[in-house]
Design a protein around this ligand. Structure first.
Ligand SMILES: C[S@@+](CC[C@H](N)C(=O)[O-])C[C@H]1O[C@@H](n2cnc3c(N)ncnc32)[C@H](O)[C@@H]1O
Length: 240
């Protein structure tokens, strides 16, 4: 029986992969990766330079990239996709091949690998290799400590309805809003409404060559790519 690895490959810069991630990748026969249609796969682009002749590649293409209006249909379709992906991976594991499922950032921090783990970890030996998250990379890129002393860090998906986002941001010590995309304006408005607009930072493609860091207030008119988030740092920076 092969072993299943959920390999966190970090936020984009291949140098931010851990030694363990590199070792496990090199030792596996199969590299599996998720990718949206017409995309090379975010995790895969990080490890592309490490693919060797002995590797079989298993591309798992998402059926849908954004949630349609009908949430139930979306959930059924994505669950069927993960069922199907898990079975493709299981075929390799049953044949005795070790499989590395690469995952941008950390696998258990909003990572798709978790759905494979849920489906297969009781059938095969499974190990998660943690990775540097986009949040750490974004704080480093912005040069802003995230949280200090007794502060609490709140993590939110930007896809929340605007009112919920505002409610969740009210009174936070520090926050990170993931999955920005088309919600950038709503996030900017919610942060401003909560009096958090001034210190908030928008970070695009942290740790990559195309990295961009801007005050959130200056993002009017920007089309946020998939790889972007908003940081509302704690007070660490003001205690110098
Ligand atoms: C599905 S989540 C995956 C998070 C990932 N597992 C992690 O540990 O960071 C995808 C979201 O992570 C954020 N993200 C991932 N990589 C990023 C990067 N290099 N720079 C900025 N945001 C990033 C974006 O908000 C994106 O929409």
């Amino acid at each position: 029986m092969g072993r299943l690895f959920g390999v966190g490959v970090g936020p984009g810069d291949p140098e931010l992969m851990t030694l363990k991630a590199r070792r496990v990748l090199a030792s596996c026969s199969v590299i599996a990766y998720f990718a949206a249609r017409r995309s090379r796969g975010n995790g895969f682009t990080v490890v592309e330079g490490l693919v060797e002749d002995h590797h079989d590649l298993l591309r798992l293409t998402y059926p849908v990239t954004t949630e349609p209006v009908d949430r139930a249909t979306y959930e059924r379709s994505i669950a069927a996709f993960y069922d199907c992906s898990a079975e493709s991976i299981a075929t390799h594991l049953e044949a005795g091949r070790d499989v590395a499922v690469v995952c941008e950032g950390d696998p258990f921090f909003y990572g798709s690998y978790m759905y494979i783990h849920q489906r297969l970890a009781d059938r095969f030996p499974a190990e998660v290799i943690p990775g540097v998250t986009s949040v750490s990379a974004a704080a480093a890129a912005a040069g802003r400590p995230l949280v200090s002393m007794n502060e609490t860090l709140t993590v939110l998906p930007g896809v929340l309805p605007p009112d919920e986002l505002k409610e969740a941001l009210a009174g936070v010590d520090a926050a990170v809003v993931m999955k920005v995309g088309r919600r950038l304006r709503a996030i900017r408005d919610a942060a401003a409404a909560c009096g958090l607009g001034d210190g908030a930072v928008y970070v695009e493609r942290a740790s990559c060559a195309e990295e961009r860091v801007l005050p959130l207030a200056d993002t009017e008119g920007i089309e946020a790519p998939y790889f972007s988030l908003v940081l509302i740092p704690g007070t660490g920076i003001t205690t110098r």
